[in-house]
Write a protein that binds this ligand. Structure first.
Ligand code: ATP
Ligand code: MG
Length: 423
């Protein structure tokens, strides 16, 4: 008999199911268990006398095979199929689970988060946790789908670099034979070189930032969805971003109905709105909210989220002093850089880049960076470099915001933060 997934079983069929024991209910005359596989959970009833004797051998999370007949039913159990149950004719234990160190079925107790992370391989068996990562997988799939349709080429970049790409101080150092090297904090310089050669590129890239802060929205290792294109300014890049986020959210709405229900999330395809940095400053003044002279504060991002719900708010004409050296200046202290704020938090930084070596050298010096360290990069713009623009979106950031999750660690399987290096 061929194995069926729980999602696909229909009443009246005889089926072979494989999965994990999610819940056990041992009543005097009847015995039930809930069986879980990657597609769902179904109630299984044991009525047969002989089988009942073996029921006590089942432990939570043991892996079993079940044969039985599917019957129509009206099931109340959380996360389980509501319309059907299996009357068990046979079951076989394939792998016995020992006493669990954390609860996988959280009907009565919840486990502390750090404990859950220690046992993430068990934690992800929970329907709610599994739902988060199914949605994150849709987000990555939708991103690739959108970019491919857009005519962008997927690329991969090195993660070990010889010099800082951003000029920040938040780099993890490492020894690379007899050289000093760093873990990449951005693929910025690579994607620019490539866009200047082949026009449209994208990547899903892991970045490392040795930021010491322990916040709910920062990780020390995170993933970025990066895009860069030639012959573009920041407004073209913003348009691509709007359509990209809209496509991602449409896909989640289409493909993850069940998961959104499990997580109790209501989601709308966002609109977009753009404002200059100056307009945002004035707006915040009116609401008595502090904003930096060249950067938004977390409070001002939050306020933008409140004022413009379900909207990607683009803040452009950003002061050049608040942007990295590779952002194109616009004169009068402004730049071609922008940030995108969604649901009260920055999801993206982007902008038109500098493709003119002299401006790059000038801006590097202004940021007190050593021009020598960026020689290869600067030289790449000496042989026919078009104006170009792009952006980087935090995968975990967009996931947490779409799902209304407060702690970014919830949307990373194996998070790396200030205190955690395992599992
Ligand atoms: P923030 O101001 O939120 O700290 P940033 O301006 O330092 O972010 P960028 O270098 O602009 O970050 O990175 C692009 C995007 O990557 C950000 O908009 C955000 O979505 C995400 N991101 C940046 N840093 C982190 C981090 N430490 N952990 C998780 N995501 C991050
Ligand atoms: Mg930024």
């Amino acid at each position: 008999m061929e194995r069926k997934y729980i999602r696909d079983v229909k009443s009246g069929e005889n089926v072979l199911l494989k999965g994990w024991v999610y819940e056990l209910r041992d009543l005097a005359k009847l015995k039930f268990f809930l069986l879980r596989d990657s597609s769902g959970i179904i109630q299984c009833v044991v009525k047969d006398k002989q089988l009942m004797e073996h029921f006590s051998e089942l432990t939570l999370e043991s892996v079993i095979e079940v044969k039985g007949k599917v019957k129509s039913a009206d099931i109340k159990a959380d996360f389980a199929r509501k319309d059907a149950e299996v009357e068990v004719s046979e079951f076989e234990i394939i792998s016995v689970a020992e006493k669990l160190p954390i609860h996988v079925n959280e009907k009565t107790t919840t486990t502390e988060f750090s404990n859950r992370l220690d046992y993430r391989f068990l934690d992800i068996r929970k329907p709610k946790v599994h739902a988060i990562f199914k949605i994150e997988s849709t987000i990555m799939k939708a991103y690739r789908e959108f970019m491919t349709k857009e005519g962008a080429m997927e690329t991969v970049f090195p993660s070990i670099i010889g010099a800082s790409s951003e000029g920040g101080t938040e780099l993890f150092r490492l020894k690379y034979f007899e050289h000093n090297a760093y873990l990449s904090q951005s693929c910025q310089l690579y994607k620019q070189m490539l866009a200047c050669a082949i026009e449209k590129v994208f990547t899903v890239f892991t970045v490392w930032r040795a930021e010491k802060h322990n916040t709910l929205r920062h990780l020390n290792e995170s993933r970025q969805l990066d895009f860069e294109m030639a012959f573009a300014d920041e407004f073209i890049a913003m348009d691509v971003l709007t359509r990209c986020v809209q496509h991602i959210i449409k896909k989640v709405l289409e493909d993850n109905k069940e998961e959104l229900k499990i997580l109790n999330v209501e989601l709308k395809v966002p609109k977009s709105k753009s404002m200059t940095f100056k307009e945002v400053s004035e707006l915040m003044k009116k609401h008595k909210i502090g904003i930096g002279k060249d950067d938004l504060t977390p409070e001002s991002e939050k306020k933008l989220g409140e004022l413009y719900p379900d909207t990607i708010v683009y803040v452009h004409d950003w002061p050049i002093s608040g942007k990295p050296f590779y952002i194109m200046p616009k004169g009068e202290g402004l730049s071609h850089g922008f940030d995108a704020i969604y649901k009260g938090m920055e999801i993206v930084s982007g902008g038109q880049r500098v493709h003119i070596p002299e401006i790059l050298e000038k801006q590097l010096k202004e940021k007190k960076l050593d021009v020598k360290d960026f020689k290869n990069y600067i030289d790449s713009f000496r042989f026919g470099a078009p104006p170009h623009a792009g952006w980087g979106m935090g995968l975990e950031r967009i996931t947490m915001l779409i799902l209304g999750i407060e702690n970014i660690r919830e949307v990373v399987l194996f998070p790396r933060d200030r205190t955690r290096l395992t599992p």
